[in-house]
Design a protein around this ligand. Structure first.
Ligand SMILES: [Zn+2]
Ligand SMILES: [Zn+2]
Ligand SMILES: [Zn+2]
Ligand SMILES: [Zn+2]
Ligand SMILES: [Zn+2]
Ligand SMILES: [Zn+2]
Ligand SMILES: [Zn+2]
Length: 1750
């Protein structure tokens, strides 16, 4: 809306100008005139002028001129009336039902898992918030840019396609359509205007001449004015471009940066203007400087100024059209018609296709305009979208090839639009039928991939370019889009086209079948690991496409059979390998196998077999649909050749086995990775799983003995089962054993794995349930962990949610960690130890877990397989391999070896598998027997297993072997399983007999079973007893072991914690004792009734040397590790600007806003000062010696990690023992007679004036006011103060003194951010300040956590505070007393107007608690004498403390009263009316009702307002004096607390009695306090005083629903830049400010350093320490200073109790209050720095990120 007025004025001027010179408006209306020519003439005239200053354009002015000279007249002509009025009318009449919002990178998109047709269907945030999906299972994601809101697209949504905003009729006017339509005249004009406009745009965008313009546009004399234009690409880095520009043009860094930023944004930029020659020169220079060995030069062109101008205007026209499109459907339709119009008889593409084809040559800015134009026109009209799609597919190959050679990201390519068309189901079907799009895409792939084909026409991606291949993936993705929704209806044409596409697709698979063959490396290790990622990546890309093809094929029986035939043919064509070799014969157990020799260990092998696997997939579907019965019509049995089909997948499985047996060690890591992915969830469905299926196909169609012989041969185990050749080669034996295990495992899978629809009669749900059950059998898992372990379908769904509740229960998370699912008990019986998707580790973990569980339940440990579902008819023959001769031979041989204890020839795992196979056989027979009469069951496992073997080797039958096996000691763990199998044998036997023996057998059978059970029970009990004894023994040993193993520091930590504990207990005991013996001990801290300090002998243990030492004044210092930091945790006013450097700051007075204080915290760990110094020096040395080792802390600033707990510290607090004091109450009472407040004040005044007189020595006196008074009273003289009792000052050991100075200097240095200076006069002030501030923080924290004032502090807080207060009292002795006195006088100035100096703040400008602490700690300096070092005696101190405290309390009550009164009339309307009412009543009662402000109100304000102050004071005096507090303060009780505080602090509970008591002394003070101008101005409401109690700071309120935050972020605009680029909005959790992070626009220069928005905000908001929420990433960031920070989980959880950093999973997120509270405490406890240090220590990410620029 930039100043309408000036624009109109300007317009008038210009239109006048135009009217004079121009052909415009008038003529244009003429029917006969030539619009095209006039239009171009006009452009030719104006455009070069308007866009003349390309180097330094005044964008606003350009825009105004364009509007006035061209667009306004153009619109006038087009609409026939004033454009603004017209467009407003159009706007109101409602626009499209499609939203069509185009996403920018980073914007949040929403999809609905319940209603979206596929996951590419998304909504913008506005539509989402107004849609029904808000309450569905939605997903949030960050857009990569270029997408488009699907609101209104009925094909994209199963339900709720429209949001309330786009719903017809919901928009403003209901009478839409009639008005919405444009009238014929405007349509007519549009048909005339649009072609010219479009033609101009197209011509200019694809204009290739650098120097010339089209003839129609060449108007004026051609001038020699050129630009050197630099283009954007994705190869050169930002810095590289800047460097090249600086070098080539000799320009400043700033200018080069400006150019580079513009180039990155717009895609191109003129970097030099001038004559042709000079521009050409610049071009060559830039090219030269940007080129190096690895990179090509930057793209630079020299363009004529006029060409540049017209191109720029063409883009402007583009966005003009874009805007116009949004107004009316008619405009869109006319536009589309013109764009699609082909010139009659011409082969040339239409306008839009021309632009598409030119897309890859356009610069970034132009592409954006073009794509937006397509979005706003074609994609908003379904009918034209279809026509556009047809054009798109027509040129698909060309476009993709352009894209593959392009140097821009995919989002910037027109090919990225494919998703918008291909995923629309009707459109996809139309494109398949009419444009044969599947074939087009596959052919494109075949055409772009040949560069990767080797001599055998197989792909080989060695040395591929990742970038290029990524671009190829885009084509593969298109295939996925086209296939994503299965057609509900099939036409003949569709069938035909699909099959054609499928066949074409098979050609790609043919190139993959057997690609990248490998050969086992013998002798030498391979030199370079081959690239394997590309091939695996393609497999991953193809996985779902392969599945979708199979699904499509299965839609239609005819189609399925035909595609099967095609696929089978293709497999056969690829299976010629090895046919040249002679067949060999293999005999075993009387069976023979004739086959061609092949050895995986010697011949080449490939794991890429997509053709075989597709065939397996189709085969399963044949079985499922029943079409398998017609298979022979399509593939004749002779052609079928099942051995050949099985061959390749079998080789692949053997390869896996051999890798496991370490036979391929020399082939390096690449093979290991491939094998990993082969079985991993990302690939297994179309690799490993299908290979197992192919073996099952083989097993179902081949003779079982033949099949097993083939397996034995391929596993190269033929000899291993023939007879034992004695060999001593241990490695070889081990190898054999592993191979046997692997083979047995595969046999188990072939027979047992039936959870595939088609192999048995299971549903997809059953399959997923089984997967989940087996995952949860390992351990309880988080939702995300389960999701990651399940395969995703084409819609990125795992189907988890539909079934999870049937098999598992959800357990909620605590304050940390995440929620987990636990398996339901009834599902445990489904557990199959040999589940084929278990990795080796998962397998053993699950076995362990399940055995443990059974043990806990006191059950046997047998884990037999669960009964598998029946095979479907086509696969029913598979079970025959269980009871065939060769299988029996294998089983028997292995059992025999175990029984005969040929230890090296068998393993426990092997026997486990044998037992599993036996179980499977018995289960199968049992199931068959239960289903059909005995005589029909041909499966005779029992019979075969109990039969004697024929040869000598097989002389014993399986049953007998099992009996023997029970007694093999190495197989103790399998005993339960063996027993289970023996029972099964029995049961099957009985089932066999049952049918013949009828009922009698059954009863006896059950009895027998019972008898069995009872003996078994006994046996079990005995074994249990033994096991229990063994367990106890083990436990004992383990405990001993672990005690030994625990490392040094941990042992000591333990020790340390123990001592602490006992210390605490001792304290308790002592306290109890003192309480019982002297219950009447006074619990008053101040005045004559002061109670005794609790004498406490402190013996501490140094965490470094482990020696104990008692803390004494005269011994060497002990210190507490501590961290000093600036803090804004209590601030009442965040808008206040903080001084960043304290060079000139006067920190004596704290403002009542508490804007920034110095906090001292400690982890509570004690060291000898000397030990600590040694430790610190050692770190320094260490650091210096190993410079490359980066430290997570700043040694320069004294930082180190606490040696015990590793928290970050930057100093130590010396531990100064409390000087126990006890006063004689009789003496004290006596003193009370004389020493009234008035007298005390006089004595103090005299003392101070005396000093002052002495110090100034005759110079002009500073403090005239009280010298007069002093001389007035002769009874008082300079030394009077000493007469109430003195004692000599405490003597500190030199080591304590040294530490006092060191710590005080740290507080000064950190608190003021200045260089250390031991002599600075502000050191004492800082000491008192940190003491007061830290107490206030702790008081605040206790209140927030609703804990009692005493007794609830954490150990570390308690010892830290104690040390800090004692230190603050002792620090005085290390400074000159004159200095301390000076500070004291200034402090007293606030309370006693007599001492008021020029810089003394008024009553309302100081925090009273700070004054109290300062005054109390500095007061002893008044006792200082030249000759002797004196300090007040206990009695004197008691009075000093009492009066100082009473004075500050009186002043604080005044503060409260004034601010509440001031606040009352300013803020509360009700109070104001109450007041006026009172005044009236007062009048009527002739003044009897006299008070303006009701007393109860004032009392209420005071009582509430003074609490924090009293609590702080109580803490302070307690830690200063050691007087035990009253019991009530150890509990939380509002009323009791106030009374107890008053009693402890010697205050009357009616605080106003203080004023009465001291009336004479206080009244003059009151008078003068109130007369202060600041106070008066506040009372008049002219200024605002802080109100008491101060507000307690909290982290800002966060919304419950995370998408609200995302919504806010989407509305966020960077305050510094106006472009629409996506920003990283970051929320300050202290103050709620939204910042633009990680962006150059918002960097700030602080002390000559560039700081990011967050870092510079943190300096102000949190004095360097701050907490932010990165909204788009859903992560909390903690930062400290410029160099440190860490990430922290955001307090938002999804319904599965998990956080979602990066919004990767995209589930709806909700605020977790407990976690947010944890963050709040982290802040208020000043533990952010500690958290950062800890996280950096553990994650070692310190140097991964430049926190400064955050
Ligand atoms: Zn939308
Ligand atoms: Zn909408
Ligand atoms: Zn929905
Ligand atoms: Zn020590
Ligand atoms: Zn520590
Ligand atoms: Zn902030
Ligand atoms: Zn910004």
């Amino acid at each position: 809306m930039k100043s309408m007025v000036s624009w109109i004025l300007f317009l008038k001027e210009l239109t006048a100008d135009v009217a004079k010179t121009c052909e415009f408006t008038g003529n244009w209306c003429d029917e006969r005139f030539d619009f095209q020519a006039t239009f171009l003439q006009c452009l030719a005239k104006h455009v070069p002028n308007i866009y003349s200053a390309e180097m330094d354009p005044l964008l606003e002015k350009q825009e105004e001129m364009v509007q006035a000279a061209i667009l306004y007249p153009l619109e006038c002509y087009l609409f026939g009336e004033d454009p603004d009025t017209f467009l407003e009318k159009l706007q109101q009449s409602g626009s499209s039902q499609l939203c069509g919002k185009v996403f920018k990178g980073g914007e949040t998109t929403y999809s609905c898992r319940d209603c979206a047709v596929d996951p590419t269907c998304v909504l913008c945030i506005d539509c989402f918030q107004n849609s029904i999906h808000k309450n569905h299972r939605y997903k949030m994601h960050s857009s990569t840019g270029g997408g488009f809101c699907d609101c209104g697209d009925t094909e994209a949504w199963k339900a709720g396609p429209l949001c309330t905003k786009h719903e017809p009729g919901a928009s403003s006017s209901p009478k839409e359509n009639s008005e919405c339509q444009l009238n014929e005249e405007i349509m007519e004009h549009s048909r005339r205007v649009f072609p010219s406009v479009i033609r101009y745009i197209v011509d200019m965008l694809i204009w290739e001449e650098d120097k010339e313009l089209p003839l129609e546009l060449t108007m004026r004399e051609k001038v020699d004015s050129y630009y050197c234009v630099l283009f954007n690409d994705e190869h050169h880095s930002y810095d590289h471009v800047i460097y090249s520009l600086q070098r080539a043009l000799g320009c400043e860094l700033g200018e080069a940066q400006l150019h580079t930023t513009a180039i990155d944004k717009e895609g191109r930029r003129a970097v030099k203007a001038g004559q042709y020659a000079s521009c050409q020169e610049a071009k060559e220079e830039i090219k030269r400087h940007s080129e190096n060995v690895s990179q090509r030069p930057l793209h630079v062109e020299v363009l004529h100024a006029d060409v540049m101008a017209h191109q720029r205007f063409a883009l402007r026209l583009g966005s003009w059209l874009n805007k116009l499109m949004s107004y009316s459907s008619d405009f869109r339709q006319i536009f589309c018609q013109i764009c699609l119009k082909e010139e009659a008889g011409s082969e040339k593409p239409c306008f839009i296709s021309k632009l598409m084809l030119w897309d890859a040559k356009l610069h970034k800015g132009a592409r954006k305009v073009l794509h937006e134009l397509i979005f706003s026109s074609f994609f908003m009209e379904m009918e034209y979208k279809k026509l556009f799609a047809v054009e798109f597919v027509k040129y698909y190959k060309a476009l993709q090839k352009e894209y593959i050679n392009d140097d821009h990201d995919r989002v910037l390519s027109v090919t990225a639009l494919s998703v918008q068309m291909f995923t629309v189901p009707t459109l996809a079907r139309h494109l398949i039928e009419e444009q044969n799009v599947i074939t087009t895409i596959t052919e494109t792939l075949l055409e772009v991939l040949p560069e990767y084909l080797d001599k055998n026409d197989k792909f080989n991606f060695q040395g591929y370019s990742q970038d290029k291949l990524n671009r190829v993936y885009a084509v593969i993705y298109d295939l996925r889009y086209v296939l994503v929704s299965k057609p509900p209806v099939w036409t003949d044409r569709l069938r035909e086209r699909f099959l054609e596409g499928f066949v074409s697709f098979l050609r790609i698979l043919t190139c993959m079948q057997g690609m990248e063959e490998i050969k086992r490396q013998i002798g030498q290790h391979i030199e370079v690991d081959p690239d394997w990622e590309a091939a695996i990546a393609i497999q991953m890309q193809l996985k779902n496409i392969l599945l979708m093809f199979q699904e499509w094929c299965a839609c239609d029986e005819e189609l399925l059979l035909k595609s099967y035939r095609e696929c089978h043919k293709a497999v056969m064509r690829c299976s010629t390998n090895g046919r040249s070799r002679e067949r060999t014969v293999f005999h075993l157990c009387g069976h023979t196998l004739e086959s061609r020799p092949y050895r995986v260990s010697a011949d080449p092998v490939s794991i890429h077999l997509p053709l075989s696997r597709t065939l397996a997939g189709l085969h399963v579907r044949l079985s499922k649909t029943g079409a398998i019965s017609r298979l022979h019509e399509f593939v004749s049995p002779e052609e079928f050749q099942v051995e050949l089909l099985v061959e390749y997948p079998l080789r692949c499985l053997v390869l896996v086995a051999q890798v496991a047996a370490e036979m391929w060690r020399r082939n390096g890591l690449s093979l290991i990775s491939q094998v990993f992915y082969y079985q991993d969830v990302k690939c297994r469905e179309e690799m490993y799983d299908k290979d197992i299926i192919m073996l099952q196909i083989g097993a179902s169609l081949m003779d079982p003995n033949q099949f097993l012989l083939l397996i034995l041969q391929r596993y190269e185990l033929a000899d291993a089962f023939k007879k034992i050749k004695p060999t001593k080669d241990q490695d070889l034996i081990k190898q054999y054993n592993v191979l046997i295990e692997e083979m047995l495992q595969i046999l188990i899978y072939v027979v047992g794995e039936r959870y595939v629809p088609g192999i048995s009669n299971v549903t997809k749900e059953d399959v997923i349930m089984r997967e989940i059950i087996h995952l949860l059998c390992i351990e309880p898992m988080a939702h995300s962990a389960i999701t990651k372990s399940l395969p995703e379908n084409e819609n990125n769904e795992t189907g988890l949610e539909n079934v999870i509740d049937k098999v598992a229960t959800f357990k909620k998370p605590g304050v940390s960690g995440h929620g987990v699912y636990e398996l339901k008990d009834e599902c445990l019986k489904e557990f199959n130890m040999f589940f084929y998707h278990y990795t080796k580790t998962q397998h053993s973990k699950a076995e362990h877990t399940q055995k443990k569980r059974r043990k806990q339940e006191n059950r046997d440990e047998a884990l037999p397989p669960p009964p598998p579902p029946d095979f479907s008819p086509a696969f029913s023959n598979v079970v025959r391999i269980l009871n065939c001769d060769v299988m029996m031979h294998i089983l028997r041989t292995l059992l025999q070896r175990a029984v005969e204890l040929e230890t090296h020839l068998w393993t426990e795992a092997m026997i486990q598998m044998v037992l599993h196979l036996l179980s499977l056989g018995l289960l199968e027979e049992k199931q068959q027997l239960q289903k059909s009469p005995e005589e029909e069951v041909t499966f005779d496992f029992y019979h075969k297993a109990t039969r004697m073997g024929s040869s000598a080797m097989n002389a014993v039958n399986v049953l007998m072997l099992l009996e023997k096996l029970k007694r093999v000691p190495q197989l103790e763990a399998q005993k339960d399983t063996v027993i289970w199998i023996l029972q099964m044998f029995d049961m099957v036997k009985r089932l066999r007999e049952k049918s013949s023996l009828t009922t009698v057998g059954a009863t006896s059978g059950s009895e027998a079973a019972k008898g069995d059970e009872s003996t078994q029970d006994k046996e079990k009990a005995e074994r249990k007893r033994k096991a229990e004894a063994a367990r106890l023994h083990r436990q004992k040993i383990m405990a001993q072991m672990s005690a030994l193993q625990r490392n040094f520091i941990e042992t000591h930590k333990l020790l340390y914690e123990n001592t602490l504990e006992t210390q605490g207990k001792e304290d308790d005991i002592m306290e109890e004792e003192s309480m019982s013996s002297a219950n009447d001990y006074s619990r008053i801290a101040l005045g004559p009734k002061r109670g005794p300090s609790v004498a406490e002998k402190e013996v501490l243990t140094c965490i470094l040397c482990q020696e104990e030492q008692e803390v004494k004044l005269e011994s060497a210092a002990m210190v507490l590790s501590a961290c000093v930091q600036k803090s804004t945790a209590l601030t009442q006013n965040r808008s206040r600007i903080l001084e960043l450097s304290g060079d000139t700051l006067d920190p004596l007075f704290m403002h009542p806003d508490l804007p920034c204080g110095t906090h001292t915290g400690s982890c509570g760990h004690v060291m000898h000062a000397a030990c600590w110094q040694k430790y610190f020096e050692a770190i320094q040395l260490n650091f210096r010696q190993r410079l490359h080792v980066e430290q997570t802390f700043d040694l320069e600033n004294g930082e180190y990690l606490c040696p015990l707990c590793k928290s970050l510290c930057n100093t130590v607090i010396p531990i100064v023992p409390l000087q126990a004091q006890k006063i004689n109450s009789e003496d004290a009472e006596a003193v009370a007679q004389i020493l009234s407040l008035a007298r005390w004040l006089e004595i103090v005044t005299v003392r101070i004036s005396g000093y002052s007189a002495r110090n100034t020595k005759g110079e002009k006196q500073n403090l005239p006011a009280f010298t007069n008074k002093g001389t007035g009273n002769s009874a008082l003289e300079f030394h009077s103060i000493l007469s109430f009792g003195v004692q000599s000052s405490a003597k500190y050991s030199s080591s304590i003194k040294e530490m006092l100075i060191l710590f005080a200097t740290t507080i000064y240095r950190v608190g003021l951010k200045v260089a250390p200076n031991e002599a600075d006069s502000r050191i004492p002030m800082m000491t008192w300040g940190t003491c007061a501030f830290t107490i206030q923080c702790i008081e605040n924290l206790l209140e927030v956590e609703s804990k009692p004032l005493f007794g609830s502090l954490q150990n570390r807080q308690h010892s830290g505070l104690k040390a800090l207060v004692q230190f603050a009292a002792a620090q005085r002795t290390t400074s000159p007393q004159v200095l301390i006195q000076k500070h004291l006088v200034r402090l007293l100035g606030v309370l006693l107007p007599d001492f008021k100096g020029e810089d003394t703040p008024s009553l309302l400008e100081v925090d009273m608690f700070h004054v109290l602490v300062g005054a109390v700690l500095s007061f002893p300096s008044l006792y200082w004498e030249d000759a002797v070092d004196l300090q007040p005696s206990s009695v004197s101190s008691a009075y000093n403390h009492l009066y100082l405290f009473h004075l500050t309390t009186l002043a604080h009550i005044m503060q409260i009263v004034i601010s509440s009164a001031a606040g009352r009339c300013v803020f509360v309307e009700e109070a104001q009316s109450a007041q006026s009412f009172c005044r009236e009543v007062c009048q009527y009662t002739s003044g009897c009702f006299s008070q303006d402000i009701p007393g109860w109100f004032v009392w209420d304000c005071v009582k509430k307002g003074i609490m924090p102050y009293l609590r702080c004071a109580a803490l302070f005096f307690h830690y200063l004096l050691g007087v035990s507090p009253p019991e009530e303060l150890l509990q939380v009780s509002e009323e009791g607390q106030f009374k107890a505080l008053c009693s402890y602090l010697s205050l009357p509970t009616n605080l106003f009695l203080l004023f009465h008591e001291y009336q004479d002394t206080v009244n003059p003070l009151l008078q003068r306090w109130c007369a202060d101008p600041v106070v008066l101005s506040c009372l008049k409401g002219k200024s605002i005083a802080i109100r008491y109690p101060r507000k307690r700071n909290h982290l800002i309120e966060l919304p419950e629903d995370y998408s609200c935050l995302l919504n806010q972020a989407s509305q966020f605009r960077c305050p510094r830049s106006s472009d629409d680029e996506q920003k990283h909005p970051v929320l300050c959790l202290f103050c709620g400010a939204m910042l633009c992070s990680q962006n150059t626009c918002c960097q700030e220069l602080v002390n000559g350093e560039e700081l990011g928005a967050c870092t510079s905000h943190a300096l102000q908001c949190g004095a360097g320490v701050c907490m932010f929420l990165k909204i788009r990433e859903c992560k909390v960031v903690l930062i400290e200073g410029k160099t440190r920070g860490c990430l922290y989980p955001a307090p938002y959880l999804d319904e599965y109790g998990e956080t979602d950093p990066g919004l990767k999973r995209g589930n709806p997120l909700h605020l977790c209050r407990e976690r947010y509270r944890k963050l709040h405490l982290l802040w208020q406890q000043h533990c952010i720095i500690e958290e950062i240090a800890r996280s950096q220590e553990t994650h070692q990410i310190f140097f991964g990120f430049n926190w400064q620029l955050l």
